[in-house]
Design a protein around this ligand. Structure first.
Ligand code: AMP
Ligand code: MG
Length: 490
């Protein structure tokens, strides 16, 4: 075809289902243009899977869209309204520095939100400038892609552009915009917003929309809103178990940062645990340790109880009955989480079948790790590759005792040693985004404009279960005695 329009070359294929929800759920508006956008990084493979021509996305048109300077054909930009409990306190929030551009329908018929994060002020910005700094946006890019590599459901990162504008935080930073891809941006907080400020019909439409988009299998159930609640609980139980199994600490598990789809969202002060300790906290703003590693499952349960509360009008016409139904559904979360975690831990230890004392075997190992300040990831890696070195724990008699029990336990299952080893390789990452490695990559990128360090890190993190010699240098824990601190990056 002659004179093929550019948008066809890029492959935009928008639909805008969210924009058809009742108007209280969003504000239509265009992103705020920026001075001089420059593309820093584009996720080629993600672009392809979304049905985009990655090279065309690197064109002036693609960059202009990532910057908010151009609205692609078929898009209907809007800022979403939501509320949330932030550190336990309920408040009105909304997209204060983000905008949904539209929903891309992929060649295989899947629907993904395309959101610009850092795209300027909206109706929901309160005192904020609506902007984001390059460091935090690249950090979200790295960690979200690492989570994807680890096989953990997550929003993903398509691109980062710098804006050519400065933003003011503690210091002056280069402004940047992240293009975030998500199954949707529906949050527990979206339901809280509907329950607090919407009508019964608004709430019902939101619930029906969420069901259609994420849980179509419950659409024809007798009580579809109960089935929906149970399905969200189940997905979140599986998600949080995966976090715990790799030592991921989200850092700010407010209800607005918990998705309905079951994807991890909002990579602010998150980080991976090095030495095993349930009390680990990295976020500088989490003074009380509310979102410490060991608290994540119970906080998830708390957040889901807030979701259940919002659904009460839909669960049963009799309120007392509805509350009972909601409570029953919520009471299943701890058990569901525990069972996912336990089966994940069995896999980490190469166990296929179940024995009743497996929980004790696992707890004993974790207790030893805590006592000897063993590195969480590297302990499981050492067991996987059978190289028990680099930690004093391995030379203790207590550990030898545990190791004998574990070996005996492995002997009691039918599967071969090799299949057990393979299960361990598939369940224990050799590499995680170590804080000092992430910092090193960000420093090179932000301070020196050198993106090669980040690219290498992203490469290694894309195959964390490979256990190759090249990964070796990325497995070293940080040497710094100073506890690592992360900042919200807003
Ligand atoms: P977060 O801590 O990233 O989950 O954000 C919490 C709330 O603050 C959300 O409503 C954000 O949209 C809003 N927010 C964060 N940073 C900014 C900013 N720079 N300008 C305006 N709103 C912001
Ligand atoms: Mg948030």
């Amino acid at each position: 075809m002659i004179n093929k329009p550019k948008s066809e070359e890029i492959g935009w294929n928008f639909d805008n289902s969210y924009a058809h929800l009742p108007e209280i759920f969003f504000t239509k508006m265009d992103p705020n243009p920026v001075d001089a956008p420059e593309l820093i990084i584009l996720n080629d493979s993600l672009a392809k899977s979304l049905g985009f021509n990655a090279d065309a996305l690197k064109s002036e048109e693609g960059i202009a869209v990532f910057a908010g300077n151009k609205i692609p054909e078929g898009a209907m930009p809007l800022a979403q309204a939501y509320a949330g409990h932030q550190f336990g306190h309920f408040t009105m929030l909304g997209d204060g520095r983000a905008m949904l551009i539209g929903e891309q329908i992929t060649p295989s018929g899947e629907r993904f939100d395309i959101q610009l994060k850092g795209s300027g002020r909206t109706k929901y910005s309160r005192g904020g400038d609506g902007r984001a700094g390059i460091g935090p946006m690249l950090r979200e890019y790295i960690i979200s892609e690492a989570m994807h590599g680890l096989g953990i459901p997550t929003t993903r990162s398509l691109a980062v552009v710098t804006t050519g504008e400065k933003i003011y935080r503690e210091t002056m930073l280069s402004g940047a915009i992240l293009t975030r891809i998500a199954k949707s941006h529906l949050r527990v907080g979206t339901f809280q917003y509907a329950a607090q400020w919407g009508s019964f019909e608004d709430l019902q439409q939101l619930a029906d929309y969420a069901i259609k988009r994420h849980y179509p299998e419950v659409e024809t159930d007798d009580n579809r809103y109960l089935s929906f609640l149970q399905a969200v609980i189940k997905r979140q139980a599986a998600l949080i178990a995966k976090w715990q199994l790799v030592g991921f600490i989200h850092g700010v598990m407010n209800t607005d940062n918990m998705t309905i789809s079951g994807e991890t969202i909002d990579y602010g002060p998150c980080a991976f645990m090095d030495t095993y300790d349930l009390a680990t906290v990295f976020s500088s703003i989490d003074i009380q340790g509310r979102y410490a590693y060991g608290n994540q499952p119970s906080i998830a349960g708390w957040n889901l109880a807030r979701l259940a509360e919002t659904l009460i009008p839909l669960l049963h016409e009799d309120e007392a009955e509805a509350i009972k139904i909601a409570q029953e559904a919520i009471s299943e979360f701890p058990e569901q989480y525990q069972s996912k975690w336990l089966s994940g831990m069995r896999a980490k230890l190469g166990l296929f079948n179940e024995e009743k004392d497996d929980g004790i075997l696992i707890d004993d190992l974790l207790t030893l790790m805590k006592k000897h300040q063993a590195d969480y990831t590297n302990t499981f890696r050492a067991l996987t590759i059978d190289k028990l070195e680099n930690n004093e724990m391995f030379s203790t008699t207590e550990f030898s005792g545990w190791h004998k029990l574990w070996k005996a336990r492995l002997e009691r299952q039918q599967e071969s040693k090799e299949s057990s080893r393979q299960l361990m390789r598939d369940s224990n990452p050799a590499v995680i985004p170590r804080n000092h490695r992430v910092e090193e990559a960000l420093e090179a990128a932000v301070e020196r404009g050198d993106y090669s360090v980040m690219q290498q890190l992203l490469n290694v993190l894309s195959n964390p279960y490979d256990h190759t010699p090249e990964q070796e240098k990325y497995t070293t824990p940080p040497r710094s005695p100073v506890p690592y601190q992360t900042f919200c990056g807003t």
